[in-house]
Design a protein around this ligand. Structure first.
Ligand code: C2E
Ligand code: SIN
Ligand code: SIN
Ligand code: SIN
Ligand code: FE
Length: 363
């Protein structure tokens, strides 16, 4: 049995974990674990309401796979629709109980405590459910404790939803900006997307984190955003650029940086850095700054390879498309000169994946 003191200790522990953990699933998982331990339940589940299908979908459930149940069925459904806590002491003799899930899982539900998860406006966003109080039945005190934990769960879920929406908005802005640059430079229709995918692949093989891989995949397509600031007669020139024309062209790196940089947005910070550095060379002979080796960020070093590789094998107004093997030979020859040699090794040892991107997104 849990004493009040013990319960308080668990709650305090729980508060610490919630503040430290970042991902929604791990936050919900620890909430389910703590709830189970505090109120001596056998299992806890957290359901999120999906208004499209009018179902409750389990996000976390102890020992059970994802469950979808109609919001019109069962105790969880009652809690969701009534927005009230429901305590069931004898499931199989209670009209609110829906035995379908037991049939699927082989579990024998006896007692249930179900608490609605409400957002700031009082709308149901899910249900927190505990099953089978050990050696007794759920009490009003258990309900109060679960309600307390549910408030944390509800705000974590709500934050995550807002966060997803923010990310979605950012992705849309990013795609619009990328295609604005593409629009001027008609040749590069699928170029920017491929550069994103090659870059993500290299980031993965290099060992960057999942977040960093996503970051580079989304932002590498914006590397040439600064071309918006370059005159059409240079961008669209069919032949070789004159020296002064190329000098103007080179300003697209700094223009892109100024355009994209945003102190409060991590994506746009990385996007700006990539725009700035994607023409730097490992041996220090690139532009705009002549940065050398690891002075160039890993993002810049990766996108340099993805960009040149893709530019070479594509047709441009000023050049024919090179063959895949010609482009590979170029990368090998430039290893340690234009490009980071370690990244070139990774590129060359993952040609199957490179070819898949190449074939999937042909011009
Ligand atoms: P881009 O066409 O997207 O090319 C990106 C980078 O790929 C180039 O950066 C260069 O490093 C490499 N690259 C592309 N084509 C070739 C090639 O035929 N040979 C070699 N060795 N490398 C190639 P770079 O040189 O800094 O150029 C930046 C941008 O300037 C290019 O982007 C393109 O928009 C423009 N540009 C460069 N050279 C010419 C040119 O002779 N004529 C025209 N019209 N535009 C050019
Ligand atoms: C995240 O997944 O990194 C954020 C979710 C949350 O707000 O807990
Ligand atoms: C119900 O909500 O009625 C079913 C409870 C369960 O067994 O998960
Ligand atoms: C992120 O860090 O994942 C993007 C959030 C932001 O910078 O606004
Ligand atoms: Fe460029």
């Amino acid at each position: 049995m849990n004493t009040a003191e013990n319960q308080l200790k668990i709650l305090l522990e729980f508060g610490k974990v919630v503040n430290k953990t970042r991902s929604l699933n791990s936050v919900l998982k620890s909430m389910a674990d703590y709830a189970r331990d505090i109120i001596n339940a056998d299992r806890c589940s957290i359901f999120v309401y999906d208004p499209k299908s009018d179902e409750l979908v389990s996000k976390i459930s102890h020992n059970v796979e994802t469950i979808r149940i109609s919001v019109k069925k069962g105790v969880a459904g009652y809690a969701a629709l009534s927005k009230e806590t429901h305590i069931i002491v004898d499931a199989y003799n209670d009209y609110r109980f829906n035995p379908e899930i037991d049939k699927k899982t082989g579990y024998l539900t006896k007692s249930i405590l179900a608490v609605p998860l409400l957002d700031n406006h009082g709308n149901t966003i899910g249900v927190f459910q505990a099953l089978n109080k050990q050696e007794s039945v759920f009490t009003n005190l258990d309900a109060e404790i679960l309600l307390l934990i549910s408030n944390y769960a509800a705000s974590a879920i709500e934050n995550a939803m807002l966060y997803d929406k923010l990310k979605d908005t950012q992705t849309k802005i990013i795609n619009k900006l990328s295609s604005a640059a593409e629009f001027k430079d008609q040749d590069t229709s699928k170029h920017t997307k491929r550069v994103g995918l090659y870059s993500g692949l290299l980031a993965d093989k290099y060992g960057l984190s999942k977040d960093e891989i996503t970051m580079i995949e989304l932002t590498a397509p914006m590397h040439d955003a600064g071309k918006i600031g370059i005159a059409d007669n240079i961008i669209l020139k069919p032949g070789k650029l004159e020296k002064d024309e190329f000098e103007l062209m080179k300003t697209h790196a700094q223009i892109g940086y100024n355009l994209l940089y945003d102190d409060e947005n991590d994506y746009l910070k990385v996007a700006a850095l990539i725009a700035l550095e994607h023409h730097e060379k490992f041996d220090g002979s690139g532009y705009p700054s002549g940065k050398k080796g690891e002075e160039i960020s890993i993002y810049g070093r990766i996108v340099a390879i993805a960009d040149v590789f893709d530019a070479l094998i594509s047709e441009r107004a000023y050049k024919r498309a090179w063959s895949f093997d010609e482009a590979l030979t170029y990368l090998k020859n430039e290893s340690g000169h234009h490009f980071d040699p370690h990244l070139i090794t990774l590129f060359l040892t993952n040609l199957d994946a490179i070819k898949t991107i190449y074939n999937d997104l042909k011009d």
